[in-house]
Design a protein around this ligand. Structure first.
Ligand code: ADE
Length: 241
């Protein structure tokens, strides 16, 4: 069982986005757990304030160190009370300044038992608390979003599907390693003929070896055409192909 802890000012947004379909079912079946911790619950400000103006001026508000720190410590303490191994829990801050999230990184994070994901909002978070608690800075791509909630959801989805049991199809992990680094081959369902378009004959042949060979070939062709960067990496790793 893998446990995700998401520190955010918008817990409903995160929980609503992750309670459906495969991830929702994985939570129900206890392959994973997801908790959204409201940073506002930890502010010591009597009006519930969590942000303030930036020193040095400039537009926008910044999330203050105290509520973020206390929320993070509360989660760390809860994990420590359950886990006696004393292993350091990774705290990911989602930010455009981080290392770009990739499948390899998802695989690495999927090995963890607990993962804390910190979502910023407004103009960001006071640097001092980041220095104090964050172990990994991660970006989901070169564009700027209004907050870390969507990136956190993207990461939870990509990581959770790698946790054993979450995906039904037991050979999806096997095919994935075989096709590792390649784009998906084209797929077809009924009917056999649709708008004068036929399903490729080989897929109806029942010859599984031939089907597999065709799919790999399609994957390679597609990758070569659409993502030459991935194709080069694949060829370097699989010179026999
Ligand atoms: N917060 C705002 N934009 C982001 C991005 N692209 N990746 C991660 N966190 C972000």
């Amino acid at each position: 069982m893998m446990n995700f802890h998401i520190l955010t000012l918008f817990p409903e947004m995160v929980m609503q986005g992750l309670n459906t379909s495969i991830i929702g079912r994985a939570v129900e079946r206890e392959y994973i757990s997801i908790e959204a911790v409201n940073i506002r619950d930890y502010t010591l400000d009597k009006h519930g304030k969590v942000d303030d103006y930036t020193y040095g001026g400039g537009a926008g508000m910044l999330m203050q160190a105290q509520p973020v720190y206390d929320a993070c410590m509360a989660v760390q303490d809860k994990i420590a009370a359950r886990n006696t191994d004393g292993k350091k829990v990774r705290v990911i801050y989602v930010t455009p300044q981080g290392k770009t999230f990739r499948q390899e990184m998802a695989k690495e994070f999927a090995e963890e038992e607990d993962l804390i994901i910190l979502c910023g909002h407004y103009e960001g978070i006071d640097e001092r608390v980041l220095e104090e608690v964050v172990t990994d800075y991660v970006s989901i791509g070169d564009y700027v979003l209004t907050g870390g909630e969507l990136p956190a959801m993207v990461m939870v989805d990509a990581i959770a599907r790698l946790v054993p049991g979450v995906l039904h199809n037991s050979d999806s992990a096997v095919t994935e390693s075989f096709y590792d680094g390649l784009l998906e081959y084209p797929q077809y369902s009924r009917p056999e003929l649709w708008r004068d378009k036929k399903v490729p004959e080989i897929l109806l042949s029942g010859d599984h070896a031939k089907v597999d060979a065709w799919r790999l070939e399609q994957s390679i062709e597609r990758t070569k055409k659409l993502r030459p960067d991935l194709y080069e990496a694949y060829i370097a790793k699989n010179p026999c192909i």
